[in-house]
Each structure stands twice: as C-alpha cells, then as structure tokens.
Design a binder for this molecule. Structure first.
Ligand code: ZN
Length: 217
C-alpha cells in the first residue's frame, strides 16, 4: 500500500544514518512497513549510504588502517530498527515492527485511561524521546496544543482530521515548534495512533496542562 502522507526525506535520511532516537526509529520503521513507496525511497537511501561507507573504507585504507575502518563501521549506531519485508496480515492493527516491539498484537497492549474515553500505552524507549500508542474514540477531539520539539504521529486504525488534511492508516504527520493543532478522530472507527515526541507538548487549556505530568505527554 502507498499512503498519502509520507515520511519527509530529511527524517528518512536521519533514520538511514542512524541519527534518530529509538522512539522515532520505531515510528519510521512502522510507517515504512505500511507504505511501499516509502520503502522504495528507504532502499534507495540505504544504497547511497552503503556506497558512501564504501568510499569511506577506501579513504581509510589509503592511510593503511584497517582497524580504524572496522572501528568506524562497528561504531555506527545500531538503534535503527530494520523494517520487516514480509507483508503483515490485513487484520493486524499493529504492523510487524510494532508487534515485535510490543511483544504481540493489540491484546498485549497495556492501555491506561487518559480521560474522555481516550487511552494511551507508553512504550519503552531510550530517554531522548517518548513513544506511545494512543486510542481516541471516533469523533473525539484531542486538546489543542503546540510543540516544544518534534512530534511524529502514525495512524494504525481509523483516521484523524487535522485542519484540511485527513490521516488514515499508514499516514504520518510530522509536527514541530511552529505548529499548533487540534486533531479530531474521524467518525466511524476508533482511531489508534503511534506517536513519538522528543519534548513535552504545549497545551493551551488548563486541564490538559494540569494532567500533563501524570500522562507524561
Ligand atoms: Zn501535536
């Protein structure tokens, strides 16, 4: 499947280079597993990255230091989560990279209520960024907010509307410091998203702001 809202080039490049926090790696890997076109772009970047690494090997070799080259390769970040090339079954809400991460399907997810019928499950990740599954009842609005950093939101089930754009399964929304929004879950099916942030959100209303430390959002 090819989705409408794909991972931007700069984010995909950072993913290939191993420069992203674990939480963002998981979102990008899961997105790529749902989007054939993003996977083709990823493979092209990996090929470029591979040939660059080969060039670097040559440069290092000319200085006669095999050890330095091997060290260079082994020092490359290993956090990048490889995407599964085997297509997942249509009925799975959680794509393969996420199932491996959660240790099973949706039934393994430990949801916690965050009020108004919405739920979240914070997944384990390195300290640089948080990643969580969000469950938003169909038709519900998320509190309007801005961002102190980057926020990646990937739809796994249902859809949400943000301004003029609609994000459905596989679509990735990237928000940053310059963006304020009030995403609304589309009617029909409850929306499940995978969301990662590298800084707390900026809530405009008092109640979500008060709840923020408890929700770790
Ligand atoms: Zn946001």
């Amino acid at each position: 499947m090819t989705v409408k809202h794909q991972v931007p080039d700069e984010l995909l490049t950072a993913y290939v280079a191993g420069n992203l926090p674990e939480a963002f790696n998981l979102v990008v890997a899961t997105h790529v597993s749902l989007c054939d076109e993003a996977r083709v772009r990823l493979e092209a970047l990996e090929a470029v990255g591979g040939s660059l690494l080969n060039d670097m090997d040559t440069a290092e070799m000319s200085h006669g230091s095999l050890e330095a080259t091997l060290r260079l390769i082994s020092d490359r970040p290993k956090e990048a989560i490889k995407t599964e090339r085997v297509p997942t079954r249509k009925c799975d809400v959680l794509p393969q990279p996420l199932m491996e991460y959660v240790g099973g399907d949706l039934s393994k997810v430990k949801w916690r209520s965050i009020g108004m019928g919405a739920k979240q499950a914070i997944l384990k990740s390195s300290s640089e960024a948080d990643v969580r599954l969000l469950y938003i009842p169909a038709g519900s609005e998320l509190p309007d907010h801005g961002h102190h950093g980057k926020e990646l939101t990937l739809v796994l089930q249902g859809a949400f509307i943000d301004g003029d754009a609609r994000f459905a399964r596989g679509d990735l929304e990237v928000a940053d410091e310059n963006m304020e929004h009030t995403p609304v879950a589309d009617i029909g099916v409850d929306c499940i998203c995978l969301a990662a942030t590298d800084a707390p959100l900026k809530f405009n209303k008092l109640v979500p702001r008060l709840a923020q430390p408890f929700l770790r959002i």
